[in-house]
Design a protein around this ligand. Sequence first.
Ligand SMILES: Cc1cc2nc3c(=O)[nH]c(=O)nc-3n(C[C@H](O)[C@H](O)[C@H](O)COP(=O)(O)OP(=O)(O)OC[C@H]3O[C@@H](n4cnc5c(N)ncnc54)[C@H](O)[C@@H]3O)c2cc1C
Length: 399
Amino acid sequence: MAEPTPAPNEDTPMITQPQVTDFQLSPALKEFQGYVRDYAQKHLGGAARYDAEVKFPGDAVQAAAKLGLLRTTVAKEYGGSAMGNLASCVMLEEINAVCASTGVTISVHNSLVNSLLGKWCNDAQKRRWFPKLVTGEWLGAYCLSEAFSGSDAAALRCEAKKEGDHYVMNGAKLWITTGSEAKLFVIFARTGPDRVKGISAFVVERDWPGVSVGKKERKLGLRGSPTTEIVCENVKVPADCLIDKEGTGFTIALDTLDGGRLGIASQSLGIARAAVDLIKACLAAKVDQKGRPTASQPEQWTLADLAAELDAFRMLTWRAAILRDQGVRCSTEAAMAKLCASRLANKAARAAVTILGQAGVDGSNPAERILRDARITEIYEGATDIQRLVVARGLLAPA
Ligand SMILES: Cc1cc2nc3c(=O)[nH]c(=O)nc-3n(C[C@H](O)[C@H](O)[C@H](O)COP(=O)(O)OP(=O)(O)OC[C@H]3O[C@@H](n4cnc5c(N)ncnc54)[C@H](O)[C@@H]3O)c2cc1C
């Protein structure tokens, strides 16, 4: 005999309305996605040349500025479009699916520099720098890493000593994206002995005496994106260029990286998508005389697995972006997104090269370039093992 249905407990949460979770972009975001896709098709055709000639995609970045793509994370009162993190992720996937060198330039400018200034600078500072940054007249760079300070960011040695109404900055920052092109640097420097609380953030302008661009790195991938040393020798930094207050630099750096990691997760999704598209085109072309598909089952499985992971990790990335847009801390979610998406970019790019065979390495299509570009997504803005640490720390933190 069937058990009688138990009477509802008064404590049981009741759902009275049908609950709908919509995994689709809003019509406005879909329109924006199409707008950026159009930009990418029209202006990023030089991606292979930027890579081959190790050439900065200056024209493409300026075209992006004209279309308003360098102001998505800036508030409207400072000339931005205040579109936020989700829109920026959608935009960066589109751009990186075609040119990852342009993609990282725009990601750093928007997700690291503009976001940081918007959140941590005072009104006078924003009015001073945003007019140049939102129009692309100036590009921004984020300067945290040093020779002995990569994953261990708190080990940085660059110092800023207070002398009256200014600081004197000395030190060298390494591996700085857009280093040779940027006019504004956010530099993290030591203002006190405490490993973490002794770090402060400053805006430093390229044209100030003592600021110079040092060695340019020769890289495996992202060759259109210049990565350089930034050297400060007795640079007089006015006290009103201190961001927030002394001692909050490390907090600012890490908080900003949550948003930056969404940018790199989106870059990874774009690269993975480009690889999946190459595989799809290759397998679709494998047909017998009657037009029936002849791609092997393992090849089809590879395509299916990659496409499924691409959708899944896009959702992971968008979830973290939505949380950040809502002002909710998303360090764990952003690290999960970057961890998974950057691994996928590498897996998909490797699979594309494998399935395309000789055509995967001869430069006749983007496969070999995206394989080289993908490798870097697992290193910068926190290497893969660091993302795993951040995720594990988040999961193990007391509730
Ligand atoms: C193309 C490119 C552009 C970059 N742009 C910028 C930029 O614009 N601004 C900026 O400030 N920096 C930038 N960087 C620097 C980047 O953020 C660092 O490379 C990154 O943080 C890793 O530091 P590292 O290279 O010193 O490697 P390391 O810190 O030496 O790490 C190497 C490896 O050691 C392991 N490891 C290290 N520490 C740990 C740990 N605690 N637990 C477990 N494993 C660990 C990991 O496997 C890691 O991959 C860029 C780097 C590249 C490659």
